[in-house]
Design a protein around this ligand. Sequence first.
Ligand code: ZN
Ligand code: ZN
Length: 264
Amino acid sequence: MTRGRTTPAGQPNPGPDGGAVRLTVLGSGDAFGSGGRLHSAYLVEAPGVTFLLDCGPSVLQGLKRAGRTPAALDFLCVSHLHGDHFGGVPFLFLEYRYESPRTRPFTIYGPPETERRIHTLHAALYPRQCDEGLPFGTTYVELRDGTPVETRGVRLLPFRVPHVPELVCFGYRIEVAGRTILYSGDSAWTEALVTHARGADLFVCECSTYETRLDVHVSYPEIAARARDLGCGRLLLSHLGSEPLRHLAALSLECAEDGMTIEL
Ligand SMILES: [Zn+2]
Ligand SMILES: [Zn+2]
């Protein structure tokens, strides 16, 4: 079930090998910061492109702890508009205004309402800076279920996952540099994840609970029961809540850690 090289959290690593894709877990925690873990954010680095999957409020801490420069980001891809997945965008904008001045354009992909929700959040957190506008062009691309987009050699396929009824929530199947990553976003367990996992090099799946079965998140027994059927190169559980963290030592499936890097 394991393929690729892993650099443990906190250790320097040399960067992607020629042609390789590197995913760094910036935040493996849930909305509650269970276990002191950071909010959802994953950095993907591949030849010629660097991007984020989700951008929780602790994104700058995650990037800087991992020794990565926020300036390197080409775009952001948001799974859904819950705070632990997009609340870091105003902080990223602030970083680009003051600490890592940015002039090159930035693109944000996400579900419907992404532009309006980010604008509202930015206005609430940093009203003057929001009024003044950003010193770089920002393009919002609001995606549709099942309609892929291609940018900078990356193919993003959003597919709708069952999470909460009031939001359109996406998982993503991402193809970059000959590798495929499946990201669940936040989702209840659904056969759509099984379908899209087949052939992926890496499947990053949320696992919020253990004993508790919810209709908005995956519990450990649900994914453990299907792990052998997935047909993916490597399965990594993340968005870990307090229940799976209490059982961590006994879990047989691989669990993410903040700062962990995976080479594909
Ligand atoms: Zn979440
Ligand atoms: Zn959510």
